[in-house]
Write a protein that binds this ligand. Structure first.
Ligand code: BV8
Ligand code: ZN
Length: 259
């Protein structure tokens, strides 16, 4: 509990979350940090430290050097597979179950591509940026889930037609899946409380969801280890690790037993 001592949850926030008929949550890389997955803004390590993520996470980078980009994503894929959901992921899944048991809505929207929300029991997760665990053929579109060891070739070849496969993630300059974006915008506009957790709020259109929440009259909450450029726009800004703050919130909301 020592980590919790320096974090205080405003009673007004707890009451809001207890009474909310509909909660929308947007998570970013910070929610997976305590599972051991580097955030996007962390310096890349090792061989990759000479690149910026934005340089590798683009269709142009893949077209220029498919092997390099596929190798980077395969290394991240295997890291994700080796990581476990943390207490923050589990608390969000428990909050979702608790809300639904009470006939209320709780939508989990993520920018993350690691599928840790699902591994923690999160349901119907809205993945704005796709997932590392699915790879699709650049020629015939054949897609399959990849949970095995390192690929034998980079880029991996399509089993159906032999052409190059890419990770099924949204790169910079690519449009987000229309249905996911539509569902996320609708949830943000209709919710009573919008929680933005572990995101620097710089990547659009995901970062624009707070605008939809505010336009819809929601109270907006930020949970982050440090202030962000948007912190002043939030009704509540809770500073602390998601893996500590979220279980505290879950407990205050009466979902303690499940976390
Ligand atoms: C689009 C998948 C329409 C890949 C990602 C020029 C041309 C085209 C588009 C643009 C352009 N200029 C700008 C744009 C828009 C661009 C954009 O927003 N760029 C930014 C950099 C300015 N967006 C796009 O391109 C999007 N598409 O606009 O299409 C279009 C199309 C064509 C032409 C014009 C328009 C596509 C964006 C999606 C990109 N793909 N991911 C991959 O992962 O490799 S985004 C990537 O960043 C990840 O998904 C990541 O999640 C996301 C956002 O970052 P965060 O999650 O916020 O992570 P970050 O590291 O930044 O922050 C972590 C936070 O956690 C920090 O605040 C930290 O303090 C906190 N934290 C750390 N530990 C903890 C913690 N908090 C709590 N607890 C902890 N323990
Ligand atoms: Zn193919």
């Amino acid at each position: 509990m020592s980590n919790e001592s320096h974090i205080s949850l405003p009673t007004e926030l707890v009451a809001l979350l207890r009474d909310a008929r509909r909660i929308a949550v947007l998570t970013g890389a910070g929610v997976s940090a305590e599972s051991g997955i580097p955030t996007f803004r962390d310096a890349l390590t090792g061989y990759w430290s000479k690149f910026r993520p934005e340089e590798l996470a683009t269709p142009e980078a893949f077209a220029a050097d498919p092997a390099k980009v596929a190798r980077w994503y395969d290394e991240r894929r295997r890291l994700c597979l080796a990581c476990e959901p943390n207490a923050g992921h589990r608390a969000l899944a428990a909050m979702q179950r608790h809300a639904r048991a009470g006939g209320r809505r709780f939508e989990l929207i993520t920018q993350n591509i690691d599928r840790l929300h699902q591994a923690a029991g999160g349901d119907d997760v809205i993945e704005l940026h796709g997932t590392l665990l699915a790879w699709r053929c650049t020629a015939c579109g054949e897609s399959c889930e990849e949970r095995g060891p390192a690929f034998e070739t980079y880029p991996p070849a399509c089993v159906a037609c032999g052409q190059a496969r890419r990770p099924s993630v949204v790169w910079f300059g690519e449009v987000l899946p229309a249905e996911a974006l539509q569902r996320a915008a609708e949830a943000a506009m209709a919710c009573d409380v919008f929680l933005s957790i572990g995101t620097s709020g710089v990547v659009y259109p995901a970062a624009g969801l707070i605008d939809a929440a505010l336009a819809g009259g929601a109270r907006v909450v930020e949970i982050n280890v440090e202030p962000t450029a948007n912190s002043a726009r939030y009704d509540f800004s809770i500073q602390g690790p998601a893996g500590v703050v979220l279980p505290m919130l879950a407990r205050e909301m009466g979902v303690e037993s499940e976390v």
